[in-house]
Design a protein around this ligand. Structure first.
Ligand code: HEM
Ligand code: HEM
Length: 263
């Protein structure tokens, strides 16, 4: 792909991302748990466009650093944007990766994904805000040149770019819609975790729970480290016993000491 075509495709994907990203932000502002179905649907539908954006910018990156003459002549992005680009890419991958992962994982891994998603979204939104401030004008101009009858000469590959954009949009809609039946995995995440935690604390407090059933036997106060007592009893060696061992001559020894006590 020539650098001008790459630039136009990058710009057009950016323009197409704007509306769904705003909807995604709106679902958060109006209450992400109330609008979780929308949050998940739009989030999933965004993925192919985001992948296409990372592919076009990644292509430019690779071509520039492998010294392709046309891309080197085009030059790198502005210094600040160039420095922030790796962080933006990482934040994007963590945000979308953790979002998708929350529907697939359980237990500790799910907790990690939940803890990553919120902070990643804050970093991502700050970087996106700057990105849009810097690039919106150029993105709209480049996209208009590709779509409307333009003054500037056309750039080779218009049809291929349209196919790429249409494919990303259709794939996004298919991904979002096909996972609607599985949306409960994301939508119920809070309740599922809550129920699991409730279940665990109920089991701990149940009169039949292991730790609770051991408590009165091993502590005088009822609170003295019952788990330690349980483990002490478990690891006690089987040879420890209170039974008196028969020693040769033990009967006569007892009789002798009884006699001496009486006299
Ligand atoms: C998921 C959201 C987005 C990601 C992950 C993303 C990522 C990137 C990256 C990594 C670059 C290359 C580094 C740079 O030039 O700073 C870039 C360039 C660019 N982006 Fe985005 N971007 C996103 C959204 C947008 C949006 C919403 C717009 C539209 C306003 C946009 C317009 C542009 C433009 C015009 C360029 C420069 C293209 C060039 O000169 O080759 N991007 N983007
Ligand atoms: C533009 C992309 C996205 C943004 C800006 C975003 C932002 C957010 C924010 C701010 C929250 C609230 C976090 C918290 O309460 O700690 C959230 C929650 C959530 N998001 Fe996203 N998100 C995005 C993409 C996704 C995707 C792609 C998915 C899944 C397909 C997803 C699934 C979820 C889920 C399940 C929660 C609830 C997490 C919890 O209860 O701990 N998000 N999102």
């Amino acid at each position: 792909m020539n650098p001008d075509g790459n630039k136009r495709l990058t710009a057009a994907v950016g323009v197409l991302l704007l509306a769904p990203v705003l909807v995604e932000i709106a679902t958060v502002l109006f209450g992400v748990h109330t609008f979780m179905s929308w949050h998940v649907f739009v989030g999933l539908a965004l993925i192919p466009l985001v992948v296409l954006k990372l592919a076009t910018t990644g292509w430019r990156f690779v071509r520039y650093y492998t010294r392709s003459r046309a891309y080197v002549a085009e030059g790198p992005p502005q210094t600040v944007m160039r420095l922030l680009a790796p962080l933006f890419v990482v934040a994007t991958v963590v945000l979308f990766g953790s979002g998708v992962a929350m529907g697939l994982l359980h237990g500790h891994a799910l907790q990690i994904a939940r803890q990553l998603h919120g902070p990643a979204s804050v970093i991502w939104l700050l970087l996106l805000g700057l990105h849009v401030l810097v690039y919106l004008g150029r993105a709209l101009r480049d996209t208009a040149d590709d779509v409307l009858p333009a003054d500037r000469p056309p750039v080779r590959g218009t049809t291929a770019r349209r196919y790429a954009l249409a494919t990303a949009i259709v794939c996004g809609l298919v991904l979002g819609s096909s996972l609607v039946p599985a949306q409960h995995r994301w939508v119920n995440i809070r309740h599922d975790e809550h129920d699991r935690n409730e279940g665990q604390s109920a089991a701990r407090n149940s009169p039949f729970s292991h730790a609770q059933s051991q408590r009165p036997q091993f502590s005088t106060t009822g609170n003295a480290i019952p788990i330690a007592a349980v483990w002490t009893r478990r690891i006690e060696p089987p040879c420890v016993t209170t039974r008196t061992r028969p020693v040769p001559g033990w009967c006569s020894a007892i009789r002798r000491s009884a006699r001496s006590m009486r006299s």
